[in-house]
Design a binder for this molecule. Structure first.
Ligand code: NAD
Ligand code: UGA
Length: 332
């Protein structure tokens, strides 16, 4: 048994690789790692010079000497040179989003979430990277009876996206069993929100609707519940997963409480001081009614638990959106 446990974490990380670093979670993670003193190599398909979202996500990082950015596609780029001397690879690159995974874009989900992950894992084994932390998803659980999902539950992914995320995490775990394979922690993130959240996601859209007065499209009756997780909590769990010596396998990362979409709409309206106009639409295939994380393993294996409640996290998210889009004025 190692001397490093959740209670006695390993020393701070020296050099790490973050894939998907121009994305929502990856950019926050990269920034936190740089702040902690690590040197970070960030890799992403999106070029921060030509892609406005990537440029905005990386704005605080590109001028930092501790951060090196590479625009590259993990489906075909040379990966090994990036990994030399890395303590951890945080593999967050991938195509996210449940609803667009039906139809013609499935090939992108499959190639970036599964085939590119296989390339990353092969390269990690060849270079001898000791730890990979991979972004899995609460969506691997599929429909539940409303109770908390634990990592030992049988997965039942209900969308093409969720199928690729289950394949991705299981692929990484399979690689970890090979001689010379890295140890793997697969973080099952539960609907992460906060500053720079992807613009297709619900809390971003609800806050934007409250700020702008434009209507919000609601899929289904709004009684769906999510275990919304604030970005800073997702980041601290991810760093713990890269640092704690004995962690292995899937670990839930949730916010610690659930809220319905109707409750989020009420909160967003209250924070801004304007009622949100709803445009009702049909429920989408693959959307589950409830996600709820059992956090026992996260506490035990990572020594981690979430700290930020939804109201407070949404307030922080709102401040960022309001400054990002000054044209969206507050009503109150
Ligand atoms: P995001 O789209 O903001 O970030 C993902 C990044 O990966 C993007 O910048 C994209 O350009 C990059 N990427 C995609 N394919 C690539 C490839 N082939 N090569 C190099 N880069 C590539 O998404 P996010 O919300 O930050 O999610 C990050 C990860 O976490 C994803 O793997 C997603 O499936 C997972 N996840 C997210 C959430 C959430 O609530 N945001 C929840 C569960 C799991
Ligand atoms: C989110 C991420 O988008 C996925 O990448 C991730 O894997 C997943 O969390 C996860 O937890 O694993 P989702 O829960 O669908 O997926 O998050 P949102 O996109 O914010 O949607 C939440 C709910 O709001 C869904 O029921 C959706 O149908 C609804 N919604 C979303 C709307 O009603 N209107 C919208 O405009 C957007």
């Amino acid at each position: 048994m190692s001397q490093h446990t959740a209670a006695h974490p390993a020393p701070a990380l020296r050099r790490v690789v973050v894939t998907g670093s121009a994305g929502f979670i990856g950019s926050h993670l990269s920034h936190a790692l740089v702040q902690s003193g690590a040197k970070v190599v960030g890799v992403d398909l999106r070029d921060p010079v030509t892609d406005a979202t990537a440029g905005n996500n990386l704005a605080r990082l590109l001028n930092r000497p501790e951060y090196v950015h590479l625009t590259a596609d993990l489906r075909d780029c040379s990966i090994e040179p990036l990994l030399i001397d890395a303590d951890v690879v945080f593999h967050l690159a991938g195509v996210p989003g449940v609803r667009p995974s039906w139809g013609p874009r499935f090939g992108d989900y499959l190639s970036s979430n599964v085939l590119a992950t296989h390339r990353v894992m092969e390269a990690c084994a060849r270079i001898g990277v000791p730890r990979v932390v991979v972004a899995s998803s609460s969506s691997v659980y599929g429909p539940t009876d409303g109770g908390a999902s634990t990592e030992t539950d049988r997965p039942a992914p209900a969308s093409p996206y969720a199928v690729t995320k289950l394949a991705e995490e299981q692929l990484c775990i399979a690689h970890s069993g090979r001689p010379g394979g890295p140890s793997v922690v697969a973080l099952r993130y539960f609907t992460v929100y906060g500053p720079r959240q992807r613009s297709d996601m619900f809390i971003h859209r609800a806050l934007q609707a409250a700020l702008s007065g434009q209507s919000l499209r609601l899929y289904g009756d709004g009684r769906q519940r999510r275990d919304f997780t604030f970005i800073d909590d997702a980041v601290s769990a991810t760093i713990a997963a890269g640092t704690v010596q004995d962690a292995h396998g899937p670990v839930n990362v949730g916010g610690g409480a659930t809220a319905s979409l109707l409750e989020v709409i009420h909160l967003a309206g209250g924070l801004v001081g304007r009622d949100i106009q709803l445009e009702h639409d049909h429920a989408r295939s693959g959307d589950v009614i409830t996600t709820r994380a059992d956090l026992g393993r996260a506490r035990e294996a990572l020594g981690w638990e979430p700290r930020v409640a939804l109201h407070s996290g949404m307030r922080t998210h709102l401040e960022e959106l309001a400054s990002q889009y000054p044209s969206l004025s507050r009503a109150a």
